[in-house]
Write a protein that binds this ligand. Structure first.
Ligand SMILES: [Zn+2]
Length: 263
């Protein structure tokens, strides 16, 4: 992977430092091999709006991407649309959006607002990780007011651990995820500290088109201006990183350890 075009932080050196400590990005930066990325979101809108550009950028480079939605986000339905009907609209929008980006769409059937954090859900995500075999996983940050987002963070944290556990026998063999990143989400903003900036210019228009499949993006389901927020956020993050449009990601704090013989 071309480091210069891939990421750059506010401080530059800090981003390169984070990049150098990331085995996944390091692997790609040295042999220019695109990665397999799996985005795991509580709701499809989170997946496309906060993780979709990252998937699209990696696919554009020749990598592969999959979006796993733990629920359909059906309870975000406006009053004039039945919850079940809205869920199917969300599924259709996600299928169209991922098809446009060249990503695979995977759906779990947990009820919106009731995604459980337990052994069953964690093992289900573990199995999905073992089946898709991603190098990189992107998911929600824990600093969220939304219980589904919090539970998604916890599920993915443990699922990545389970997936790599050789002694945990499942239908697919163990698989180690090289790197976990957290996406920038207006609902997960507490203590979100980005350290990796991704240049999304090459996929910017396509990503906006993909998001536009969702009524929520167009302001038809509630008060929040998703379109304005996430398109403006990409400009703001681009300003800070020296790109025209960028996505900011946060590395897993537990995986920031650097091993070095000298400074
Ligand atoms: Zn959500």
């Amino acid at each position: 992977m071309n480091r210069r075009s891939f990421t750059q932080s506010v401080t530059g050196a800090a981003a390169m430092s984070v990049l150098a400590r990331s085995s996944a990005w390091n692997k790609s930066s040295s042999d220019d091999t695109p990665s397999r990325i799996m985005a795991i979101a509580a709701h499809p809108g989170d997946g496309l709006f906060t993780m979709g550009a990252v998937l699209a950028q990696q696919i554009e480079r020749g990598g592969t991407g999959a979006l796993l939605s733990l629920s359909l986000g059906e309870k975000g339905a406006p009053k004039v649309i039945h919850v079940q009907q809205y869920g199917e609209m969300q599924r259709t929008a996600t299928q169209k959006a991922t098809q446009l980006l060249g990503a695979e769409a995977i759906f779990f059937a947990y009820p919106d607002a009731e995604i459980p954090f337990n052994e069953q859900s964690t093992l289900a995500v573990c199995d999905a990780i073992r089946q898709y075999k991603p190098d990189v996983v992107i998911t929600h940050w824990s600093g969220s007011w939304h219980k589904d987002h919090q539970n998604c963070y916890l599920i993915v944290r443990d699922a990545v651990f389970y997936a790599a556990l050789e002694t945990l026998v499942r239908s697919d063999p163990a698989h180690s995820v090289s790197k976990v990143f957290y996406a920038e989400n207006w609902e997960d903003a507490s203590n979100f500290v980005p350290d990796t900036y991704l240049d999304i210019e090459v996929v910017y228009e396509k990503w906006l088109q993909a998001c536009d499949f969702y009524p929520m993006w167009r302001g038809q389901t509630g008060f929040f201006r998703y379109n304005d927020y996430y398109s403006a956020l990409s400009i703001m993050r681009g300003c800070l990183s020296g790109f025209k449009h960028a996505v900011a990601l946060m590395s897993d704090p537990g995986r920031r350890m650097a091993r070095s013989l000298s400074l």
